[in-house]
Design a binder for this molecule. Structure first.
Ligand code: SAH
Length: 351
């Protein structure tokens, strides 16, 4: 019988867990903070120079060190957006996008290799889900990108490959790691988590009580239209989802953001805007505590959806505003560098 030895994944550990780990291998407690800050700095084991050669060699053979490696990097000539293709220790790939805004740098990270949610317009789900990312792999995308860019990353959006609420335990661990003052110290208020609408996990997320922003990928205002493009809606229809959102808002007072990808001819007519406004009003009456983020579809080669032109997109946004909603049309960053989620990984897997 062969025995598989499970090596400890030390990049997923917080300071207390690292202290226990180092104690277990006969090392002093202060190694925990040294390791934690080395991982946050995006260093490989052989670069942790405040550890002896012997300790580095011992770690290299006895632990999992899952810091992603930059396999490919594209920089937008238009706006400086950087797209990373990261290679994971088992040879899988994920993507992250570093966006530069006047108020600071924000990174979009992946939470799974692939995705099992099946949204009809999305490239990330085409081959299904391969596996969940570990906390260290989600966190490591931020650490490696910050090291590479040489500039502080102050914000995170969980809008890369994968469905974060389908990997909630690891995502919660990641959020606590990235917020830790011994490392990157990124404030929860600068972190958004985007979900296709796994309603029962929204209640669990609420219980974690972290003041992050919740974004819901809505994309349609009727069950019929939503189920046609997002299979998750058959399990958690709009009423179930929006009831969960309302509960989340009522107990956290955090404004919810609704993403709405404009699909030409399918959900981008002015009457769709009116339906969207009245749907959200029903659950969030009064001074609307919600924000609608309109996204122009990034066409995906394997899919047949089309993008509305800018004037149609602006008209949709204006209609929502006229109806008293708080809406913005998302700026397009990195148009020249495959910025739509999942497209770079797919290219790599299919060539
Ligand atoms: N699984 C999560 C997060 C990843 S997707 C979620 O569904 O929210 C991040 C956002 O990009 C989602 O709103 C998603 O619906 C949207 N998206 C996916 N494919 C897209 C495409 N081709 N063009 C524009 N937006 C897309």
């Amino acid at each position: 019988m062969t025995e598989t030895v499970i090596k400890p994944d030390i990049g997923s550990m917080n300071i207390e867990e690292l202290q226990a780990f180092f104690a277990s291998i006969g090392e002093p407690k202060f190694r925990a903070k040294q390791l934690f800050s080395a991982y946050a700095a995006g260093k490989r084991i052989d670069e942790i120079t405040n550890f002896s050669n012997a300790l580095r060699a011992k770690l290299a053979e006895s632990v999992e060190y899952r810091l992603p490696e930059i396999e490919q990097k594209q920089v937008s000539r238009l706006d400086g957006t950087v797209k990373y293709l990261f290679k994971l220790v088992d040879g899988e790939y994920v993507e992250s996008v570093l966006m530069k805004y006047a108020h600071g740098n924000t990174i979009c990270v992946s939470s799974q290799v692939g995705c099992r949610m099946g949204c009809a317009f999305c490239a990330s789900t085409i081959g299904g889900k391969v596996r969940d990312l570990t906390p260290s792999e989600i966190y490591g995308q931020v650490c490696a990108a910050q090291r590479d860019s040489g500039e502080r990353i102050g914000g995170i959006v969980m809008m890369g490959i994968g469905e974060p609420l389908d990997n909630l335990d690891n995502v919660l661990k990641f959020l606590r790691l990235v917020n830790d003052e011994n490392g990157l110290n990124i404030g929860y208020r600068h972190i958004s988590l985007s979900t296709c609408g796994v309603a029962d996990k929204i209640y669990e997320l609420k219980k974690a009580d972290l003041p992050i922003t919740l974004s819901i990928s809505l994309h349609a205002a009727t069950d019929e239209a939503r189920s046609a493009v997002m299979p998750v809606n058959r399990k958690y229809p709009l009423d179930t989802l929006l009831t969960a959102c309302k509960d989340y808002f009522d107990s956290t007072s955090r404004r919810i953001s609704f993403e709405y990808t404009l699909l030409y001819g399918q959900n981008d007519k002015l009457e769709d805007a009116a339906r969207l406004a009245s749907l959200l009003r029903k659950y969030f009456p009064g001074k609307t505590p919600v924000h609608i983020n309109l996204i122009r579809l990034n066409p995906v080669k394997e899919r047949s959806f089309a993008t509305p032109d800018d004037s149609r997109a602006y008209a949709f946004c204006a209609e929502l505003e006229r109806l008293g909603m708080n809406a913005t049309l998302r700026r397009r960053l990195g148009k020249d560098i495959d910025a739509a989620c999942g497209q770079l990984r797919r290219k790599r897997e299919t060539t």
